[in-house]
Design a protein around this ligand. Structure first.
Ligand SMILES: *[C@@H]1O[C@H](CO)[C@@H](O)[C@H](O)[C@H]1NC(C)=O
Length: 297
């Protein structure tokens, strides 16, 4: 498998690359513009928070894995989004990027990956950072986004597909997760700390042998917080790992070229805690039954 220079080759088989485009927009208007014309089933998001939480919490959502529901459903032609959750709105599209396009974005990171950081309010201690998130990433700078015609084209497509204006976005972030690397349950948007990201688009740039799902715990998110919990076999499991293999939670498996688009604010523009998600840890080739890691974007 081709990997960019500078990356640790022993992790190549299970490494996952993600592209995350975080859109910073006035949420409410964009939210309604997103709904694809073809998906008549999507209901407008309800604005009363108490009512809002009910549907997702009471209905088990389909597990998304290569072997089940998502694969068995007919794949729409012409790049349509499939609705995998209505509250919050989460959409999946396979083949969003072609194989060569994934390679183009992977090449951008060439030897420049750095430890990923998270926004933190007070203490910014290294150990704390690593327990939240231990993958590596880069952000493309303005020149890289504008001057490379391929990258520019792909960014345009991301914006068009998300119905979000080209300029309403942060820099493109390219992340890399080796074995055991993850990102604990978090919210992409935090307006109180000046991080307003109404929408997130993730594209997986390669196939992952095992693990590395994007987990949306929705109404069960309190089971997936950063705490130690007892696993079924008596061992202890930290954080989202406890949730990553639960069949009743919504997980999107990484697959080369697959895109996940989700909205971090409700249609009224308020931060939506139901949009919390995690990157499940990437696992080893043979699946062990005790500790599961979780990781996210
Ligand atoms: C953007 O990133 C590229 C690649 O690392 C670098 O060569 C270039 O100097 C950067 N440009 C700016 C304006 O920072």
């Amino acid at each position: 498998m081709a990997l960019m220079p500078g990356a640790p080759s022993k992790q190549a088989g299970w490494a996952i690359y993600t592209v995350v485009a975080l859109a910073v927009v006035a949420a409410a208007v964009i939210a309604f513009r997103l709904l694809p014309e073809s998906s008549g089933k999507v209901q407008p998001t309800q604005v009363e928070p108490a009512v809002h939480e009910k549907p997702a919490a009471s209905q088990p959502l389909p597990l998304i894995e290569p072997s089940n529901a998502l694969q068995q459903r007919a794949v729409p032609e012409g790049g349509e989004w499939r609705v995998v959750s209505q509250f919050p709105r989460i959409y999946v599209q396979d083949g969003f990027l072609s194989e060569p396009e994934c390679e183009i974005l992977k090449q951008q990171v060439a030897g420049r990956l750095e430890p990923a950081k998270v926004v933190q309010k007070a203490d910014n201690q290294y150990d704390e950072q690593v327990s939240v998130r231990n993958n590596r990433q880069i952000w493309l700078n303005y020149t890289q986004e504008r001057d490379d015609p391929d990258v520019f084209h792909l960014l345009k497509r991301m914006h068009r597909a998300s119905r979000i204006p080209d300029d309403d976005a942060e820099a493109l972030q390219i992340g890399h997760y080796g074995v055991g690397e993850k990102y604990e349950t978090h919210q992409d948007s935090d307006p109180r700390n000046d991080v307003a990201r109404p929408a997130t688009l993730i594209v997986y740039l390669n196939d992952v042998e095992d693990g590395g799902e994007t987990l949306f715990p929705l109404g069960n998110r309190h089971d997936c917080t950063m705490q130690w919990r007892a696993a079924a076999d008596g061992s202890s499991v930290f954080g989202a790992s406890a949730c990553c293999d639960r069949s009743d939670l919504l997980r999107v498996s990484p697959k080369k070229g697959r895109a996940v688009l989700f909205f971090n604010h409700d249609a009224a523009g308020r931060k939506d805690r139901m949009a919390q998600h995690a990157a499940c840890p990437v696992k080893q080739g043979s699946k062990s039954t005790d500790i599961r890691g979780c990781m996210s974007d």
